[in-house]
Design a protein around this ligand. Structure first.
Ligand code: GUN
Length: 283
């Protein structure tokens, strides 16, 4: 069994992005990312801080908008409208979840699809479905990079995704399909889940429940990717996979933390670089 080092793969992606960013700067273009966070959810604050730090590492220009929890939909919409028009800003990311009185769908739909570095806008989601896209959704794209780093060829393999969210499960299945896997999406209503997950050569867990995937659910030699970010009974950070028990059955497995998490941010940097190139007609 080998543990996939998400930090190392992420660092390599960021180094490549930085190199391309330097080339863009030589042409007078600096990629710019605006990050919006509303309220004071501690996990979101950590994610946003990490995104700002990654911008610095890559040489990007960044702006952070930390808005109070009482922000109205009109105020948030006005900020998005302003950032849509701002030429220094190539990518706009609104950290989710938003406080419950705000409508995340309204915000997602309002962001200019050309600046939608999360790839959440329906236009970009549709483009991904067809396989003709500029931006890949950050977390699934990060998972694909991690699988690539193992050297395992996805083509013709059976891939099972646990979870069907718009952010991870559904686009994840699509990217695996584009890589010629035979894909099955499972979820909370799936009957005999274990029978399905045991068929997976590649198993991606994106459920949001601590240590949900146990050793009896995993095929010998599978590649196991853990997208989960939970707290266990002792308040310790853990994934959706029961790592200690599952690890000996796998060929490759991602740890939590240090697996998928760092990749999501690197892919956001790559999308912001792509956005800057497209908006400035640079190949
Ligand atoms: N919250 C959790 N993951 C994400 C993400 O990838 N993008 C945004 N905007 N919010 C998130």
């Amino acid at each position: 069994m080998q543990i996939i080092d998400g930090k190392a793969v992420s660092k390599a992606v960021k180094e490549q992005v930085k190199k391309e960013c330097d080339e863009l700067k030589a042409k007078g273009v600096t990629p710019g990312l605006a990050v919006i966070i509303v309220g004071d959810d501690p996990a979101s604050q950590v994610y946003v801080r990490n995104k700002e730090r990654a911008c610095e590492e890559c040489g990007f220009y960044s702006e952070k908008y930390a808005l109070p929890a009482e922000t109205t939909q009109d105020e948030l919409n006005a900020l998005v409208d302003r950032l849509n028009k701002d030429e220094k800003i190539n990518g706009i990311l609104c950290q989710l979840p938003l406080p419950s009185h705000l409508d995340d769908k309204e915000v997602i739909n309002r962001i200019d699809p050309k600046k939608d570095v999360d790839a959440f806008h329906p236009e970009n989601v549709g483009a991904i479905m067809i396989g003709d896209y500029n931006f890949l959704p950050c977390t699934p794209a990060g998972v694909m990079e991690l699988i690539k780093s193992t050297g395992v060829d996805v083509s013709g393999k059976k891939a099972v995704v646990i979870g069907r969210s718009n952010i991870v499960g559904k686009p994840m299945a699509m990217l695996l399909l584009h890589a010629n896997a035979t894909v099955e999406i499972t979820h909370s209503r799936t009957v005999d889940l274990k029978e399905v997950t045991k068929t997976a050569d590649i198993l991606v867990a994106a459920i949001g429940r601590a240590k949900f995937v146990t050793a009896d659910m995993v095929k010998d030699g599978a590649v196991v990717i853990d997208v989960g970010m939970n707290r266990d009974e002792n308040g310790k950070l853990c994934g959706d996979v029961d790592f200690e028990n599952v690890k000996d059955k796998c060929s490759f497995i991602t740890p939590v933390p240090g697996g998928v998490g760092p990749m999501t941010i690197s892919m956001l940097m790559r999308n912001t670089l792509t956005a800057a190139k497209i908006q400035n007609n640079i190949k």
